[in-house]
Design a protein. Structure first.
Length: 123
């Protein structure tokens, strides 16, 4: 839990340092949610690099057998087990170039919806 949050925070920081600018902002908005404020021109590259690196590097948080299988097995209440895929990261993007925001609440809601849609698209 906390290890993965720390890993994610470090990954975001590294990617923004590499592809963003000194005026970029990274914040932890609670739970498993983070926010990055960056220039429009950098946003897609940052998003894609975060997703690629997370998929590659999150596997270090699983044991050898799970990594070899490509999933973890989780016990169900009936004693059976179910296969659960590795963690993924969903990244939602919003931009004032693409839509109008009247207040911070709208930005937050639209960002949450964009993140949800990205998660759904991953399966």
């Amino acid at each position: 839990g906390d290890d993965v949050l720390r890993f994610t925070a470090m990954l975001l920081s590294e990617v923004v340092d590499e592809l963003g600018s000194t005026s970029d902002f990274i914040g932890h908005s609670g739970g498993d949610s983070f926010i990055i404020i960056t220039k429009y021109e950098s946003a897609n590259a940052i998003r894609e690099r975060i997703k690629r690196r997370f998929a590659e590097e999150v596997q270090t948080h699983y044991n050898f057998i799970d990594r070899m299988q490509g999933y973890i097995q989780v016990p169900k209440p009936d004693g059976e087990t179910t296969r659960v895929p590795f963690m993924t990261i969903a990244v939602g993007m919003v931009s004032p170039r693409e839509q109008y925001f009247s207040d911070i609440r709208e930005i937050t809601e639209m960002a949450s919806e964009a993140r949800r849609l990205d998660a759904v698209s991953q399966g």
